[in-house]
Design a binder for this molecule. Structure first.
Ligand code: AP5
Ligand code: MG
Length: 189
């Protein structure tokens, strides 16, 4: 199985590139952000809890997120592999993912780090906030999301380097050009 972690700051293009990876390689896609937004839309208890964190630009607690991840993963059954989009976001989540996969005889194949300068991230997310109105795409919340990324999520870069799974992807440029670099990285593993 091909298990890909697509990694990057808010607005780096994880969701955009995941769609292309799914179409080309036939993987199942887990976006933890999409899962949480669906729960909010459906008004579930989990959605109510998640909304409090998302609106503040903060992460949902690890234990909760890890349980959700495992249940979505197991719902796929037979699969060519999975693309993990927005998970892991903390060292504890990375360790839990490693453990969950190894209990199922699997591992992460590659971690792709979409690297995009901060001013471009801000421009993309402000624009998306104006066009489609994701509740957390306003300047104040975007700033908090970026702070959380730097303090809690960016340490995973060294963690995956240490695991020998890390691939740097230049995330600035056309969506097609970035996707071509992603395909090269995937096909090299
Ligand atoms: P999540 O939904 O994962 O949001 P995010 O990480 O902030 O990232 P985005 O979805 O905003 O950006 P993206 O990288 O997918 O980029 P996209 O392709 O959309 O998480 C939301 C919240 O949920 C978190 O803050 C947290 O509260 C909670 N959460 C989620 N997972 C969690 C976890 N594991 N643990 C705890 N809490 C969790 O692109 C962005 C925009 O740029 C789009 O408009 C797109 O069209 C455009 N774009 C893309 N590529 C390009 C390009 N090459 N050039 C120009 N524009 C581009
Ligand atoms: Mg996304």
């Amino acid at each position: 199985m091909l298990n890909v972690v697509i990694f990057g700051a808010p607005g780096s293009g994880k969701g955009t590139q995941s769609e292309r990876i799914v179409a080309k390689y036939g993987l199942n896609h887990i976006s933890t952000g999409d899962v949480l937004r669906a729960e909010i839309k459906n008004g579930t208890e989990l959605g109510k809890t998640a909304k409090g964190y998302i609106d503040q630009g903060q992460l949902i607690p690890d234990e909760l997120m890890i349980d959700i991840l495992a249940s979505v993963f197991d719902s796929f059954g037979e699969s060519k592999g999975v693309i993990f989009d927005g998970f892991p976001r903390t060292i504890a989540q990375a360790e839990a993912l490693k453990k969950m996969l190894s209990e199922r005889g699997q591992e992460v194949s590659v971690m792709l780090d979409l690297d995009v300068p901060e001013d471009e991230l801000m421009t993309r997310l402000i624009k998306r906030g104006q066009d489609s109105g994701r509740a957390d795409d306003n300047e104040e919340t975007i700033k908090k999301r970026l702070q959380v990324y730097h303090s809690q999520t960016a340490p995973l870069i060294d963690w995956y380097k240490n695991e020998k799974k890390y691939r740097h992807i230049k995330g600035l440029g056309t969506m097609e050009g970035i996707f071509a670099d992603i395909c090269d990285a995937i096909e090299s593993v």
